[in-house]
Design a protein around this ligand. Structure first.
Ligand code: 2HA
Ligand code: ZN
Length: 276
């Protein structure tokens, strides 16, 4: 089986296409990475080549030494990933020191991994540790309602989380830890990578103010679903606020109602975010 025929490539490009259809990936906006299993590597290895140079990342992680990632390419349109995966996507090997990558498959024609690879890499490191290896997918999207909301609401995690939980009943079950919020920063470097990774220690989802969102998940479905739920909730809040003359929605779900939902489904919401 060739790399492009593997179920992994199909799941990866399906998410790219689904995100595009949602309107989250204008031009080259957004990026995706997946930490490969030993089986994934074994299936793809016959097509690997090890002649491209190592590139230092400016970040380092002990728990990702010698691992392999499937990633989207810098400047590539996610919409094109299903059409020409070997051009738009690449498989990276991490070196023994955990501080550099080299391309072993794909990104033909001189491509490079996503400009946000430092953030993806650091997020993988903290989510691997936080979930005992279960999380494998890190996904970044330019979801419009999240971006709009950040022009209206201060970059405070408790404020954001309460808005999102209170706009749709099951949100508190989907992201009981709430969302982390990174205040506006220059994208693409190690500073925003460190700030995001710190929040990823205790969240599945982190908002990049006026930019978009990062989520993590065990599977492509889980990561996409997380993005979808949070973005939808932001949209519901914006619509309710617009319909109410720009004022706060008159009847948001109450703290007590959210606690009832949590009790019914045996979920613990983040401490201090709901009044008991
Ligand atoms: O263009 O989304 O944050 C890719 C990005 C950078
Ligand atoms: Zn972006």
């Amino acid at each position: 089986m060739t790399v492009t025929d593997t179920p992994l490539l199909k799941s990866f490009t399906r998410l790219c296409e689904d995100g595009f259809r949602q309107g989250w990936h204008e031009a080259n906006g957004g990026n995706l990475s997946y930490r490969m299993t030993g089986e994934d590597v074994a299936a793809c290895e016959p097509e690997f080549s090890f002649d491209r140079p190592w590139v230092e990342m400016g970040v380092q992680a002990n728990n990702l030494k010698s691992s392999f990632f499937l990633v989207t390419g810098a400047g590539k349109f996610l919409h094109n990933a299903p059409l020409c995966p070997a051009d738009c996507l690449g498989i990276l090997q991490i070196n023994d020191a955990g501080n550099a990558w080299r391309i072993v498959w794909g990104l033909e024609n001189g491509g490079k991994p996503t400009s946000e690879f430092p953030t993806h890499f650091m997020n993988h490191s903290v989510r691997l540790a936080a979930t005992d290896g279960a999380n494998r997918v890190i996904y970044h999207a330019h979801c419009p309602n999240i971006i709009t909301l950040s022009t209206l609401v201060e970059p405070d995690a408790r404020t954001w989380t309460r808005i999102l939980w209170k706009s749709m009943t099951e949100c508190v079950l989907v992201f009981p830890q709430g969302v982390g919020v990174v205040p506006w920063m220059v994208p693409g470097g190690s500073d925003i990578a460190q700030a995001t990774a710190k929040l990823m220690e205790s969240h599945d989802a982190v908002v990049w103010t006026q930019h978009g969102m990062f989520v993590s998940g065990d599977t492509f479905d889980a990561a996409f679903g997380m993005m979808h739920v949070i973005e939808k909730s932001a949209g519901l809040y914006l619509a309710a606020r617009a319909a109410n003359g720009g004022n706060e929605p008159a009847f948001p779900i109450s703290d007590d109602q959210l606690l009832q939902v949590c009790r019914a489904f045996d979920v613990r919401p983040r401490e201090g975010f709901l009044a008991r």
